[in-house]
Ligand binder design. Structure first.
Ligand SMILES: N[C@H](CCC[C@H](N)C(=O)O)C(=O)O
Length: 276
C-alpha cells in the first residue's frame, strides 16, 4: 500500500509525520528506519505517529520514534509539529489540543505565524526516575569519561538529558563527547547530551547530540533541560532564548513545581506517500 506522510521541521529538527487516524497500517520498526533513512528513505530525525487517544478525555495520542527505530517518551519540536499537523489536516478545529505521549498528557496551543506553545510538564530531577545510575544529586555531577571527568547536570523532560556547560559552543567536542555521554553506563536507557554556552541570564546557545540520532539542528526537550539546569545552577533567569543551529526556541521555567513552557516555530516541507 501507499502510506501518506507529511515532512515537517521545528527549528531544523525534522520529522516524518504519519496520520494513523485517517489511514490504517501497523507500523514496524524497519518501517521507521526506512522512513528516517536520508539516503534510501524519506529522511528525518524522528518519525511522529498520530493515533486516536486511549483516554476519551484527550484529543489524540502521539508516538515518537528516533531514526534508529526506538520509541521514545517525548519530543518537544515534534510536539509543536504534531499540533500544527492535526490542525492543518482538519483532524481538529481546536487551537488548544491535548495529546497522550508515553511521558504523559501534554497541552499544546496553536499561535499565530505557525508558532506553537507547549506545556512540557515538570522536569524530573530524581536520579532513579531520569534514569541516572549515579547516587549523587542530578543538578551537578562529575561524569567519569576515559582520561577526563565532565561536570554535568542530569534530568528528565520525560526523556533523559545530560547537559554540559561549555565556554564556546563552536569548539565544543560534540562529535567526540556526544556518543561517549549518550552511551555512558550511568544512563541505563542512554541519554541525550546537551552542550550549553551561557550568553547571558536570558540567552544561551545549545547543541544537542540526541539519543538514537546523533547531533540534530535543534532539540526541544534538550532546550528545556538546558534551561532547567542553568536555572538550578543560578546562571539563568525564568525566560530564556535558546539559540540552536537550526533556529530559536523560547523556554520559560519558574522553578520547582512549575511546568516548562516551550514556544517555537513549525514548518511543513512537503507531503508525499511511500510504498509499505
Ligand atoms: N532523541 C530524543 C527524542 C527526540 C527529542 C528531540 N527531537 C526534541 O525535540 O525534544 C530521545 O531519544 O529522547
Amino acid at each position: 500500500m501507499q502510506l501518506k506522510f507529511t515532512k515537517m521541521h521545528g527549528a531544523g529538527n525534522d520529522f516524518v509525520v504519519i496520520d494513523l487516524i485517517s489511514q490504517r497500517y501497523k507500523l514496524r520498526s524497519h518501517d521507521i528506519r526506512k522512513f528516517a533513512d536520508r539516503r534510501f528513505g524519506i529522511g528525518c530525525d524522528q518519525v511522529l505517529v498520530v493515533e486516536p487517544p486511549s483516554n476519551p478525555d484527550v484529543d489524540f495520542r502521539y508516538r515518537i520514534y528516533n531514526a534508529d527505530g526506538t520509541e521514545v517518551e517525548q519530543c518537544g519540536n515534534g510536539a509543536r509539529c504534531f499540533a500544527r499537523f492535526v490542525h492543518d489536516s482538519k483532524l481538529t478545529t481546536k487551537r488548544r489540543i491535548t495529546a497522550e505521549t508515553p511521558a504523559g498528557v501534554i497541552t499544546l496551543q496553536c499561535l499565530e505565524q505557525q508558532r506553537v506553545e507547549v506545556d512540557m510538564g515538570q522536569p524530573e530531577l530524581e536520579p532513579e526516575l531520569i534514569p541516572f545510575a549515579a547516587a549523587a544529586r542530578a543538578d551537578s555531577y562529575h561524569l567519569q569519561l576515559p582520561g577526563q571527568h565532565l561536570e554535568i547536570g542530569a534530568l528528565s523532560m520525560g526523556n533523559p538529558h545530560a547537559i554540559v556547560r561549555v565556554t564556546d559552543i563552536e569548539t565544543a567536542d560534540v562529535a567526540g563527547l556526544g556518543p561517549a555521554i549518550e552511551s555512558h553506563s550511568d544512563f541505563p536507557q542512554r541519554v541525550n547530551a546537551g552542550f550549553m554556552q551561557v550568553i547571558s541570564e536570558q540567552e544561551i546557545r545549545l547543541r544537542v547530540f540526541e539519543r538514537g540520532v546523533g547531533e540534530t539542528l535543534a532539540c526541544g526537550t534538550g532546550a528545556c533541560a538546558a534551561v532547567v539546569y542553568g536555572k538550578l545552577r543560578g546562571w539563568l533567569s525564568d525566560t530564556v532564548t535558546v539559540q540552536l543551529p537550526g533556529g530559536m526556541l523560547s523556554i520559560t521555567w519558574r522553578g520547582p513545581g512549575h511546568s516548562v513552557i516551550m514556544t517555537g516555530p513549525t514548518a511543513v516541507v512537503f507531503e508525499g506517500s511511500i510504498k509499505v
